[in-house]
Design a protein around this ligand. Structure first.
Ligand code: ZN
Length: 268
């Protein structure tokens, strides 16, 4: 039977930890390396609900996208049984012998990772890095691809909404603009990028998970449309892709995507 260490090694092949940003914290977060793994849960965030789901279903390992532990921990003290802080989740995972592994910006930037999955899910083909990457196998934080056919922005917004299975999206841009070349940037878009703005003639739209108001204003000024789905939905697309790769490698392990996780926000 495969151990936690076997899965750590395979995850490092799928998304090498050295692809992660310097500030990030990725890789094994919690667990005993020789623990035998028979059940593994995949999620974006190991939230209170996901940890409960794991405990109730005898899950041995949770693989998360967002780092389960990010800040330096000086102690893991839980104030009471009513304390649902991060420390309580760490404590609960350890108490229930649940290993946790996180693949974050390394999984965003690898070929076949989150940005590849996001581009593919909105129908883009010929997916490649928008900017040249410094090492093979890396696609970066902005991927570009082409749609099989031209489509009006207003119709492409519907495509994104339905392919992401999200209740709503927001967007800027001219509804009548013809869309062919799509750039995706999963999760938070970050600040206005001159490097992207300079290439606006070859980019018809950017699809992202989160966009600051001031950045949206600047892109609107230069006439570059942007479609914003919720952060979670822009990253959830990797989970079935990851499950498929893991299930092919470890046929003795039962892999599942969390059923308790469905974004964080409600829509009205
Ligand atoms: Zn994210």
């Amino acid at each position: 039977m495969a151990t936690y260490k076997d899965i750590i090694d395979f995850m490092n092949e799928i998304a090498p930890v050295h692809f992660a940003w310097d500030f990030d914290n990725v890789g094994p977060m919690i667990g005993r390396l020789d623990k035998k793994i028979s059940k593994c849960l995949l999620c974006v965030d190991a939230s209170k609900e996901v940890i409960e789901e794991a405990v109730n279903n005898d899950v041995d390992l949770i693989i998360t996208h967002h780092p389960f532990i990010f800040d330096v921990q000086n102690s893991i003290i839980v104030k009471s049984s009513e304390d649902f802080s991060k420390n309580s989740l760490i404590y609960e995972a350890i108490e229930n012998d649940i290993c946790i592994y996180s693949a974050h910006t390394n999984l965003d930037s690898v070929e076949g990772g989150v940005n590849s999955a996001l581009a593919a899910s909105v129908g883009a083909k010929n997916i490649r890095p928008l900017f040249e990457q410094n090492c093979a196998g890396k696609i970066g934080y902005n991927a570009i691809g082409e749609l099989p056919e031209m489509i009006l922005l207003k119709d492409f917004v519907d495509v994104v909404k339905s392919s992401m299975n999200t209740p709503a999206v927001k967007y800027i841009g001219d509804d009548a603009k013809q869309i062919k070349n799509v750039v995706v940037s999963s999760g938070s878009f970050g600040d206005y990028s001159e490097a992207i703005a300079e290439r606006k003639d070859e980019i018809d739209v950017i699809v992202t998970g989160e966009l600051k108001h001031g950045v949206a204003v600047l892109y609107n000024n230069i006439g570059l449309p942007m479609i914003v789905v919720e952060h979670y939905f822009s990253e959830r697309v990797i989970l079935p892709v990851l499950l498929d790769k893991l299930a092919k490698q470890f046929d003795s392990i039962d892999f599942e995507i969390s059923k308790k996780e469905y974004g964080t926000f409600k829509y009205k």
